[in-house]
Design a protein around this ligand. Structure first.
Ligand SMILES: [Zn+2]
Length: 134
């Protein structure tokens, strides 16, 4: 049986373990299932099944680069999402002592301490330099 499973998973995405996207989707599906039982919103049950189906599809998929890329995109966006909440949490405090400027070249947000008069700012991402009043 173990041998069979080994052969079955060989060359499939699931052989490399579960990625962050799969783990998130499994938890999300579980939450939906619980909600569908606790609330009158019965269709959540179907959504949970579609998500579970998609998880299995990814694990059994042989197109590993495509699945890997999916997870990379997922990680990128969830990181942005988490950063957004971190910014909310510390934002109120932070805005008092810092100015936030956008780099005119690449749009990267840069924090500059207040009360320094005119400062030359160097973008950490693209290296563009610009003058701002902080
Ligand atoms: Zn820049």
């Amino acid at each position: 049986m173990k041998d069979f499973l080994y052969r079955f998973f060989q060359g499939r995405y699931g052989a490399y373990g579960t990625d962050r996207m799969t783990r998130f989707l499994l938890v999300f599906a579980a939450i939906l299932l619980v909600l569908s039982f606790l609330t009158p919103v019965g269709f959540l049950y179907y959504i949970a099944f579609i998500i579970l189906f998609y998880c299995y599809f990814r694990m059994f998929s042989k197109n590993i680069p495509a699945r890997y890329k999916e997870n990379e995109t997922f990680v990128k966006y969830t990181d942005k999402f988490l950063d957004f909440f971190k910014n909310l949490k510390f934002g109120a405090n932070r805005n008092k002592s810092f100015h936030i400027y956008k780099c005119p070249k690449c749009g990267q947000k840069i924090r500059i301490p207040r009360g320094k008069g005119k400062v030359s700012v160097r973008c950490p991402v693209c290296g563009e330099e610009f003058i701002k009043r902080a």
